[in-house]
Design a protein around this ligand. Sequence first.
Ligand code: 13P
Ligand code: SF4
Length: 324
Amino acid sequence: MAADNQKLIEEIQKLKKEKDVAILAHYYEEGAIQDIADYVGDSFYLAKIGQQVPQKNILLAGVVFMAESVKILNPEKTVLVPDLNAGCSLVESSPYADYLAWRREHPSALAVTYINSSAEVKSISDVIITSSNAAQILESIPKDREILFGPDQHLGKWLSKKLGRPMHFWRGACEVHVLFNAERLAKLIQQHPDAVVIAHPECDDAVLKYASVIGSTSKLLEEVKTNPAKKFIVATETGIFHQMHKLRPDVELIQAPVVDENCMCNDCPYMKMNSLEKIKMSLLTFKPAITLDETLRQKAKVSLERMMKITSGEKVEWPERFVQ
Ligand code: 13P
Ligand code: SF4
């Protein structure tokens, strides 16, 4: 098995060079995929690095909305994904027609939308955020503007409380993070009083209230890297353990508990659709590739570019009303 993997890895390394492809991977991918990637990071980092890589082509080992964001910002590049079925429950929970109707109900509001959304929903949003830049972006919006936040209600509610900013919430949720269980977590904390509890803001408020550090995958990783504690209880997807173990081989990492102790529910089923075999096939055939209607891409680019501008310290204009 290990020898098979080694052969696959060598083939992938050779193909990506021959075909001028940069491999970008999210922290929730299996360890072997993170290790063959040229860049590994959170969803904001992947969108940003996609604009900087010198290669003509990109393979994004993550979920489809991440690859779409890269394609929206870099139309000249071929953007490959190992599996086009790698969706996201947040994308599923926010169908375009329903989102559009919601926007039309609040025409003077600004739509602040999580990057975990379809290109169509991005095209009717004013700005895109990720959990690593959401606070900065929300703080840049004039205080008198009404805000529609979606599709993740848990991230939205956590931000609203943290920033003291009222917002309207779309009722989407991450099917993986909502499975962490507050009661079982409380018991685990009692058994490990020396552990630092860290959580992704897609978790329910009942879980988040036990966490001393809440943030994006990169923030959680940074905490494990820099906090001298020797034990962490981690409430996010299992893939992140790979980098945490690499950075801090000396610490004990404990997965936060889910409702059913026999279930492997902390694996995102979409992230885990990718495999080394599929990556090799995608590099060989140059399929599947992300394709987007050009009018849709142009519209979706506006909200993604606002995110890039605000995070680079540039001032942006906000539309007075939503017209569509
Ligand atoms: P990050 O932006 O923190 O990497 O999160 C992406 C994601 O899909 C979390 O479930
Ligand atoms: Fe979507 Fe949740 Fe998977 Fe992240 S972990 S990609 S939010 S389903």
